[in-house]
Design a protein around this ligand. Structure first.
Ligand SMILES: [Cu+2]
Length: 181
């Protein structure tokens, strides 16, 4: 074979080898650059209080640990306790709330006075129309005894209307429950 052809063939082989080397090298550089993309060092707080940082080629936040059960139970708790009337030394707060028929109101004693929630009119407590055999006085809406600080009394209102109530042991502390359909 003509040594000149051999030289050309070797030259071509060398060129293609260099080409492959360069292209490999380039793609390696690209991959390296992608991997080295610096994500900002922010952190995002998850609902459960833990933190996640950014990662991956798109610098997206890692997903938060999912706590579906906790979230739903929180919502339920909120619903259960949304109708709250506080009782302090100044009386009931709020004095008037509007609820739906079948809703439960929780009266929470946060003061130093005894709390005995009862339907008006003091002292017979007979305005609220629901009656039962166990009523201590004139209606079912009656705590029937005084309770101290950090206790609560709950009553479910099934009768539509505007129902005034008072603290039986301090009858000038009053309020109104408005029950709608
Ligand atoms: Cu009373």
């Amino acid at each position: 074979m003509n040594p000149r052809y051999i030289a050309i063939i070797i030259g071509l082989l060398l060129l293609s080898a260099i080409g492959i080397f360069i292209s490999n090298n380039t793609s390696t550089d690209e991959i390296t650059n992608d991997n080295l993309t610096a994500c900002t060092q922010e952190a995002r707080q998850c609902p459960d209080g833990s933190f996640v940082g950014r990662s991956g080629p798109d610098c997206e936040f890692a997903s938060c640990p999912v706590a579906n059960e906790d979230t739903s139970s929180n919502t339920e708790t909120t619903n259960e306790t949304s109708n709250i009337i506080k009782y302090t030394n100044n009386g009931f707060e709020p004095k008037t709330i509007t609820i739906k028929k079948g809703d439960t109101v929780r009266f929470v004693n946060e003061g130093g006075l005894g709390m005995w929630v009862a339907s008006d009119i003091h002292p017979t407590h007979s305005i609220y129309p629901e009656k039962s055999d166990s009523d201590c006085l004139g209606s079912a809406f009656d705590q029937c005894s005084a309770s101290g600080k950090d206790t609560f009394y709950e009553f479910t209102f099934d009768e539509v209307g505007s129902w005034k109530f008072h603290n039986h042991v301090r009858a000038n502390h009053t309020g109104t429950i408005i029950v709608t359909e």
